[in-house]
Design a protein around this ligand. Structure first.
Ligand SMILES: [Zn+2]
Length: 337
C-alpha cells in the first residue's frame, strides 16, 4: 500500500474528522475470463483500518481495471480513444454521430465500457486514415450543425495534409538513403528543412523565380558552399539533365508543406515560387546564408536561359554523363563564383 496524498477531512468510515490517506494498491481481478492486474486507488481510515472508495475512485478503479484488460487483449485504452477523438477536435456526441454508432457509444467507451473488436478496428483506422474519416463526416453532414461540420472538416483536412507531408518526406529521405557516396550529396545528409528554407529565401529575394532557375540556383549555392567549406548546404544530389542540374526528387520537394508557388500558363505550365507567409530562418547557418547571398548577387538577376548557358560551361556539367548524378568533387572548378 502506497500513500500518494493525505488531507484532514470528515472520514466517511469512522465519521470523525482526521487525516485521511489516499493510497494505491495493486489489485488482480478476473474480467471476461482474463486475470488482469492494475493499480487501484482508495481512501484509508487509520481508525477502522478500512479502505473505501469515493464516487470518483469507483469510476477510476473500474476504468483502470478495464484498461488493464484492454492492454492484455490488445484493444485501445480509454485515453487512446480520447486522443483519437481530440486529434480531430470532435465532441463525443458528434463522433458517435459521424460513425453512425449509438449516441452515447463513444462516451461509454471513454468512461466505462470496453469496446468490441470491430469498433476498435474502426477507431484505429480513423486514427491512421483521415481521408476515410472525411468520407464519414460527409455522410453525416445533414445530422451535424453547420458550425460543427465546418470545424471538423477543417481539422480533418489539416491532419490529412500533415499526414501527406509526412509520407512525402519519408519517401524523399528513403530515396536518398541509396546515396551512401558522400560525393553525391556534398558530404551532408539531406536536410529537407534546410531545402525548404533555401527555396523560401530565394523566393523572397529573387524576382520571377521559376522552376528551372530555382534548380540551378540551388545547385550553384550548394556547390559553391562545398567549394568554400567542403560540404553542401542542403545535402541535395543533382542530376545532369538537358537544362542543367536538377535536384533528385524535385517533383516531390516542391509539394512539401512550406514550399509555395503560383502556377501560370504560358506556352507551358510555369511555377513561380513565393515565400510562405511568416517565413523565418531556423536551420540555415550564417555561412550557409552567406553562400546563398553570393549566389543571389551573381545569378539572381539573370534570366533562365542565361543561367542555363552558364551551367553548360561548368566542368561539373560537361564531364558528368547525361542523366547521371553530378559529383560535388567538381566544385573546385566552379567558374562563375
Ligand atoms: Zn476514519
Amino acid at each position: 500500500m502506497k500513500t500518494v496524498s493525505s488531507s484532514v477531512e470528515l472520514c466517511v468510515s469512522c465519521m470523525e474528522k482526521h487525516k485521511v490517506d489516499v493510497v494505491q494498491i495493486e489489485e488482480h481481478e478476473t474480467y471476461k475470463n482474463k486475470e488482469v492486474g492494475f493499480i487501484a486507488t482508495y481512501e484509508y481510515c487509520s481508525n477502522t483500518k478500512e479502505l473505501f472508495e469515493t464516487e470518483n475512485m469507483i469510476r477510476a478503479n473500474s476504468l483502470a481495471m478495464k484498461d488493464a484488460y484492454r492492454g492484455e487483449v490488445g484493444l485501445l485504452k480509454a485515453e487512446d480513444i480520447i486522443g483519437i477523438r481530440k486529434k480531430y477536435g470532435i465532441s463525443q456526441k458528434d463522433f458517435s454521430e459521424i460513425l453512425d454508432w449509438g449516441k452515447a457509444t463513444i462516451t461509454r467507451y471513454e468512461n466505462h465500457q470496453v469496446q468490441d473488436r470491430a469498433h476498435d478496428d474502426i477507431l484505429r483506422k480513423i486514427n491512421s486514415d483521415p481521408k476515410w474519416l472525411m468520407e464519414m463526416l460527409n455522410r453525416a453532414k445533414g445530422r451535424l450543425s453547420q458550425k460543427a461540420y465546418a470545424k471538423y472538416h477543417h481539422n480533418i483536412s489539416k491532419e490529412y495534409r500533415l499526414q501527406g507531408d509526412h509520407y512525402l518526406r519519408e519517401s524523399i529521405y528513403a530515396s536518398y538513403a541509396n546515396y551512401e557516396d558522400d560525393t553525391l550529396t556534398g558530404c551532408m545528409e539531406l536536410n529537407l528543412d534546410k531545402v525548404i528554407e533555401v527555396i523560401n529565401y530565394f523566393a523572397k529575394k529573387v524576382n520571377n523565380l521559376h522552376m528551372v532557375k530555382l534548380m540551378k540556383m540551388l545547385w550553384y549555392s550548394d556547390t559553391f558552399n562545398h567549394k568554400r567549406y567542403g560540404h553542401s548546404i542542403t545535402g541535395l544530389a543533382y542530376r545532369a539533365l538537358k537544362m542543367g542540374a536538377v535536384p533528385e526528387g524535385y517533383e516531390q520537394i516542391v509539394l512539401l508543406e512550406g514550399v509555395s508557388y503560383e502556377v501560370a500558363i504560358y506556352d507551358d505550365i510555369a511555377y513561380r515560387f513565393k515565400p510562405v507567409p511568416g517565413f523565418k530562418i531556423k536551420n540555415l547557418s550564417d555561412k550557409d546564408i552567406e553562400s546563398i547571398d553570393i549566389s543571389i548577387s551573381t545569378l539572381g538577376d539573370l534570366i533562365t536561359a542565361e543561367i542555363v548557358s552558364l551551367m553548360h560551361e561548368e566542368r561539373a556539367y560537361q564531364e558528368t554523363p547525361s542523366n547521371q548524378l553530378i559529383p560535388y568533387t567538381f566544385s573546385k572548378d566552379l567558374k562563375v563564383m
